[in-house]
Design a binder for this molecule. Structure first.
Ligand SMILES: [Zn+2]
Length: 63
């Protein structure tokens, strides 16, 4: 990766900030049928399949 290409990538903290700001405490049904509540201790983890369209399921179904 060139220096220029590298510069286009934000820090992991920025990604976390964006998600945290949007998702804090929110509840969703996932595409696998399970549920997630963000920022809940012992809440489901999620797997995001990247691509032209995102596919978001719980980590358990992601294996
Ligand atoms: Zn699931």
């Amino acid at each position: 990766m060139t220096k220029n290409q590298k510069a286009k990538y934000g820090q992991p903290e920025l990604l976390k900030d964006i998600l945290q700001r949007e998702l804090h405490g929110k509840k969703f049904r996932l595409e696998c049928g399970h549920h997630v509540t963000f920022n809940e201790v012992l809440g489901n983890n999620i797997t995001i399949y990247n691509g032209k369209e995102l596919r978001i399921i719980c980590a358990q179904c992601g294996y």
